[in-house]
Design a protein around this ligand. Structure first.
Ligand code: CO
Length: 162
């Protein structure tokens, strides 16, 4: 395993639409393991492949540093409700801002073996999933900052960057 360099700010790769993964081989596993190691090293709760310069639809997520979710070619098939979160991003150091996200989402994705899966997540996990899946379309959380001002009590504070 190896630590990867996290791209920041105006790096053009962060703005590209990531390509679908079609080959589920050993190299994919190595890449995902590197992403997990890098996420943990950076103390993030999520990392998307474009953030390390790989324009593929892959992201890794861990809310607690133990349970890790690996999403390949993820698609949000259902969303409901809304919540506001104060987010940060490993690729946009020093910036935090309030983003409106769905409360609950269903995601269709593939695992590293190429098996199709679906999962429903809610609350903070839904926030991280949306943040990471946005990265695969070249969207940064700062793009959402101009949305409506939220009612104060609905804030949910994200402790870490993704
Ligand atoms: Co991010």
């Amino acid at each position: 395993m190896a630590l990867r360099n996290v791209l920041k700010n105006d790096e053009p790769i962060l703005r590209l639409k990531a390509k679908e993964v079609k080959t589920f081989d050993e190299n994919l596993g190595v890449l995902i393991d590197d992403m997990i190691q890098t996420m943990n090293h950076e103390e993030g709760v999520g990392l998307a492949a474009p953030q390390i310069g790989i324009t593929r639809q892959i992201c890794v997520i861990s809310e607690d540093g133990e349970t890790v979710y690996e999403l390949i070619n993820p698609v949000i098939s259902k969303k409901s409700g809304e919540q506001y979160s104060i987010e940060g991003c490993l690729s946009v150091p020093g910036v935090r801002g309030t983003v409106k996200r769905p409360q609950t989402i269903t995601v269709d994705f593939f695992d590293r073996k190429g098996e199709k899966k679906a999962m429903e997540v809610t609350d903070f996990l839904a926030i991280i999933f949306c943040h990471e899946i946005d990265h695969l379309s070249g969207i940064l959380f700062t793009d959402h900052l101009k949305e409506d001002e939220p009612p104060q009590k609905k804030y949910k504070k994200s402790r870490k960057n993704a």
